[in-house]
Design a binder for this molecule. Sequence first.
Ligand code: NAD
Length: 315
Amino acid sequence: MNIKPCIGIIGAGRVGSETANKILQNRLADCILFDTSTGLAQARALDLSHSVPISNSPVKISAADSYSALKKCNIIVITAGLPRKEGMSRDDLFNVNLEIVKEIGIQINRHAADAVVIVVTNPLDTMSYALWRFTGLPPGQIIGMAGELDSSRFRYYVSVAADVDPGNVDTMVLGSHGDLMIPLISHTYIRSLPVRSILSEDTIHSISEQTRNAGGEIVKLSGNGSGYYAAASCIVEMIDCIINDKKKILCCSVKTSGDYGLDKVYIGLPVVIGKNGVEKIIQLKLPEEESIMLRNAAQHLIAMQVKTDKLLEHT
Ligand code: NAD
């Protein structure tokens, strides 16, 4: 990008404001915060700006009074919407967050139709699909953030179980951002050693479950809202890839066109991320067991997409 990049963050709550903080600390791009809660985006922008003399960051953080200010943004991050409360699944957020994403879709079409959009709002895969339906933008321009977070959590648990540096763990978590997520044991390595040569099947099973429940554990422990530090780190990793055209392979929710035998479903897969968003979907050779798990996750997500389409017909 020749011009100074600018990131619009819609939703200046926990995930949104921590994302802005990391963008500022990493000197990545200017940031515009927008939130429907009166004064919140302005308060966050002011607070973050007060840290600039210490960090000496060239980044400017401002707040928008309306969606129209987002027209100069190259990337839009959607962190608007309700987070889970204890005992809720991400799918329980469907109705309320669909309305929010619908309004945002209309506004993106109006003011920022050229931006790459990173969706964070839950239920993640379905909200990514919904945004694509509402905007009609090229699907490669709309990317869901979840797989990198789930992969980072799984990497962390593997590193603790094996007592090695997390940087030595390479893995991916695919499928849905929910109970049907798939920590890919077949593609999990500690340096170049297959994880099955280091950890027992029981341990691998238990840390896979821990990964699936990681978000819920944070909701339960905090008693008030979901995790946001790790989520913000993953959003910033995606932003960095787009701004700097890094072409890294990241796990993201993307729309399939026959990939993995799946058509027209937003689901977590490994993809190359560059300046235009999704550059390509990477096809892995999966063992039968993991292929079945991916198909199961896709079936669930397709049912959620059908539910989305039905609601759309009535609006
Ligand atoms: P939060 O309650 O702290 O912030 C959400 C903000 O959205 C609020 O400030 C609210 O006023 C604002 N908002 C609501 N409607 C809006 C609209 N139309 N336009 C602009 N702003 C609007 O919640 P949070 O912890 O920041 O989480 C935000 C969302 O991200 C939730 O849906 C949560 O489940 C999801 N999340 C996803 C992941 C992931 O891996 N994909 C990780 C963490 C959180």
